[in-house]
Design a protein around this ligand. Structure first.
Ligand code: PDD
Length: 279
C-alpha cells in the first residue's frame, strides 16, 4: 500500500513518524474518514470543513487547502486502486522533540498522514440482517464534537458489544443515548425519525447532516432531541449513520428486538435515497 506522509507518497513500511509526535504521546490529533464508492469520494467537502473546525477548536494552526487535500485523496485512491473503501486522514500537532504537556510553538509543522483501506461498503451483509446493539454508559471526554483520535473508550465499548455477541454499543449519558461507538444513532417511533440534537455531546456527522436533509426533502418527520435508553428499547425501528456504513439498520437494543426484529422500512428508504444522491 502507498500512504501519504507530510508531502511524500511512500510504501507503508517506509512511512515513519517520530516517537515524540504529539499524536502518539497525547492523542493530540484529529482525523477524518471519507468513503470511496466507484472510485469516487463521498461528501469530501463536508469532511474537510469538519477537519478545519476540529483544528480550530483545538488551536492547531492549520489552514485546510481543500484542493490540495482533494488531490492527495485522489492520488491515493488511484495509486492503491480503491474502487470501494475509505481514505483515512490524520493530522497531529506535530513533533516538539520532547514530551511536554505545554503545546509546542505555533510554527511547529503538523504531521499529516493519509492512507486507504479497501472495504465492501455497499454489500455489507449487515444490511440484510441489521445490527444488534447494547447500551453502555458514555465515558468519553466532554468535547465529542471534535473528531480527535482519542478512541480508547469507543474501542472498549465495541469490545463490550463483541463480548455480548452483538455488533456495536450505543452510549448513554444521564439515561439519554448520545451516539454509537463510531456512528450517529437514530430511532423511529410512530413514523417519526428521532436523533440527538447537535452539541458538544456528539460528533456532528457528515452523513447525519445529509440524511436529515434528504429525510426532510422526502417529507419524513424528523425530531432532533435526546432520546432515552428506554425509548430505544421500545422503538419501532432504529438505525445508524456514518461515512463507512451510510445508513445501517439496527434490529435489537439490549436483547430486545425492535418491531418484528427485521430491518425497518425507514432505514431502507433513507439508505436508498442517500446512495442515490451521493453516487
Ligand atoms: N466515525 N459519531 C462518532 C463517534 C464517529 O466516530 C463517527 C464517524 C460518526 C459519524 O460521522 P460521519 O457521518 O461524519 O462519518 C458519529 C468514523 C467513520 C470512524 O471513526 O471510523
Amino acid at each position: 500500500r502507498i500512504v501519504y506522509l507530510n508531502g511524500d507518497y511512500l510504501p507503508e513500511d517506509e512511512a515513519k513518524v517520530s516517537v515524540f509526535d504529539r499524536g502518539f504521546l497525547f492523542a493530540d490529533a484529529v482525523y477524518e474518514v471519507t468513503s470511496v464508492l466507484d472510485g469516487k469520494l463521498i461528501a469530501f467537502d463536508g469532511h474537510v470543513q469538519r477537519l478545519q473546525r476540529s483544528c480550530d477548536e483545538l488551536g492547531i494552526k492549520y489552514t485546510v487547502d481543500a484542493d490540495a487535500l482533494l488531490e492527495i485523496h485522489r492520488e491515493l485512491v488511484a495509486r492503491n486502486e480503491v474502487t470501494e473503501g475509505m481514505v483515512y486522514l490524520q493530522l497531529t500537532r506535530g513533533n516538539p522533540g520532547d514530551r511536554d504537556f505545554v503545546y509546542p510553538p505555533e510554527d511547529t509543522p503538523v504531521t499529516l498522514v493519509l492512507f486507504t483501506q479497501h472495504a465492501n461498503l455497499l454489500n455489507n451483509p449487515k444490511i440484510e440482517t441489521g445490527m444488534k446493539v447494547i447500551t453502555v454508559e458514555d465515558q468519553r471526554w466532554a468535547r465529542r464534537d471534535i473528531k480527535t483520535t482519542q478512541l480508547l473508550f469507543p474501542s472498549m465499548a465495541k469490545m463490550m458489544a463483541k463480548a455480548e455477541g452483538v455488533d456495536d454499543a450505543w452510549m448513554f449519558e444521564e439515561s439519554a443515548i448520545t451516539e454509537g461507538s463510531s456512528n450517529n444513532a437514530y430511532i423511529v417511533k410512530n413514523g417519526k425519525i428521532i436523533t440527538r440534537h447537535l452539541g458538544n455531546e456528539i460528533l456532528h456527522g457528515i452523513t447525519r447532516a445529509a440524511v436529515l436533509k434528504f429525510a426532510k426533502m422526502a417529507q419524513m418527520e424528523v425530531e432532533e432531541r435526546a432520546f432515552t435508553v428506554e425509548e430505544a428499547r421500545d422503538a419501532d425501528e432504529a438505525f445508524i449513520t456514518s461515512a463507512s456504513t451510510f445508513v445501517m439498520p439496527v434490529v435489537e437494543v439490549d436483547g430486545k428486538p425492535l418491531g418484528d426484529g427485521k430491518p425497518g422500512s425507514v432505514a431502507a428508504r433513507l439508505r436508498e435515497i442517500y446512495l442515490d444522491e451521493s453516487l
